[in-house]
Design a protein around this ligand. Sequence first.
Ligand SMILES: [Zn+2]
Length: 411
Amino acid sequence: MAKIYIVDVTNRDGVQTSRICLSKLQKTMINLYLDEMGIFQSEFGFPTTNHELNYLNANLELAEKKVIKNLRLSGWLRAITGDVAVALKNVPTLKYVNLSISTSDQMIKHKFQGKLNYKEIIKSAQDAIVLAKKSGIKAVGVNAEDASRSKIEYLVDFIKATKDAGADRFRYCDTLGFDTPFSIYDRLVKILKKVKMPVEIHCHNDLGLVVASSIAGARAAIDCGVDAYINTCLNGVGERAGNADLVSVILAIKYGSGMEKYKLDEKINLKTAWKLSKYASYAFGIPIPINQPGVGANAFAHESGIHADGALKDRRNYELYDYEELGRGEPEVIDTGRKITVGEYSGIKGFGNVYDQMEIKFKDDNEARKILELVRYANVHNQKPLVQEELKFVAQYPDIAKKIFTMQPVV
Ligand SMILES: [Zn+2]
């Protein structure tokens, strides 16, 4: 039976969004959390962008060392041979990629402006796929950018041709958030009846329909007998009005009415949801809305007489799912007395105190000084106090951490 998998694109679509920035260490932490949550794949960055390279290579090293256990790390490229060649030179152990090219008349006419026609777009994608596969890439997804505004007949030709060239999945990009749940379902069924191929559903929220359209797209895929891979972002960030929120998508598949026969990748464990959403909010510097599904402050709050009484009698009266499942429920301890933090100007004593409290011991003074030096750099790199998990990561994998926040402009 076909299943629904999650491909999180926070480290690609999320960070390319206006006003959203993540440091390379923060991107790494997100990959580690996504892995802990059992997510199938993280689109972890841009292998043709120079400032990404140390981070990308270091994260692949984490995967090789099984620090990142199951999460696939995939790079985003344009569907041109030049990008594939540069990516493999820059990131030689890369094994998964998505290759992107526009397929709508709007973009062909007004973005390519005569540089590429239907045939040339297909040829460019095919050449890029062949080169990627020949160079050892294990799985290639091909993105039809602006698929929701593309002609169905052309999409079918495009998908058939890319499948013939060796692509493993195609990404149906609702780039402008134009689809409704009804249109994406109908369009995908029409496409998949003509060409069977696993499909990634990539939707945007310009009409406020992003989670609904993503779920409807996944249903179309499963109804046609192929796997669906929903693209998500943490806390629903992403270009303009955002991508599908990771936690909302999972909740909708697990608890939505009529979703029983649509099976979610069983590796996914929502226990990490709460701490991951909070971490992302801290890293983005953007608060979680109080009414955010599952992780908002009000998601399990009741005040009105009838609701509070009902929820206390039986939580199912007013709650569809349990807060414990999302990793909520632990009291948060906020230290209101003396607090020693570690920053870019910290000294060895304060630093020792912070690690002591986390029960992390160092072999000797030398090791402690080395980690302190790295932690200072990590602070300069993040420009905000490091959270415990980051401090732990630097102490556990100092050499990899050093690579992640080492940046030397190539110009
Ligand atoms: Zn997008």
